[in-house]
Design a binder for this molecule. Sequence first.
Ligand SMILES: CC(C)(COP(=O)(O)OP(=O)(O)OC[C@H]1O[C@@H](n2cnc3c(N)ncnc32)[C@H](O)[C@@H]1OP(=O)(O)O)[C@@H](O)C(=O)NCCC(=O)NCCS
Length: 125
Amino acid sequence: MNIQIKIDGEWGIVKSTQGEIKFSIDNDGISVFEIFVIKKRCGIGTALIEKLEDFCLHRINIRQITVPSTPSRQALSFWLAKGYNYVFPEDSDIGYTILNSQDPEKIEDTNSGIILLRKIVKNHH
Ligand SMILES: CC(C)(COP(=O)(O)OP(=O)(O)OC[C@H]1O[C@@H](n2cnc3c(N)ncnc32)[C@H](O)[C@@H]1OP(=O)(O)O)[C@@H](O)C(=O)NCCC(=O)NCCS
């Protein structure tokens, strides 16, 4: 799969014909604000996020990726499988409910409407 990263100031996009990730770059990390794939469960999301993590490894001042995840089983399962963790430990209870919900597309209610997840891609030297 041909995947490209384009950066325009503080905005960026990981793009392929199969899907994309839109993100912003702030002080010491990246915030993902949109991810979608044209066909689910085929490894496309994995390929896109790996490209973004690889980009982070090569940028000195970027050490983490933060994701305001949709509180759905599909989205949460994906991010947890990719090594992202709850920023707020108390979200793990609602996470448990979401992961055990019957409908993979159903979006659970949370106070903020999202579940914040994060992966440290690089430790400071
Ligand atoms: C979330 C999303 C980007 C994942 O992309 P994807 O290409 O389907 O994910 P992958 O095929 O790379 O899956 C990687 C792993 O994540 C986990 N995973 C992904 N979707 C899952 C699901 N519906 N249920 C359980 N686990 C899931 C699995 O561990 C999977 O590995 P496996 O297929 O070998 O078991 C995709 O489902 C999507 O576009 N959803 C609609 C938009 C959306 O919800 N965006 C999220 C906003 S934060």
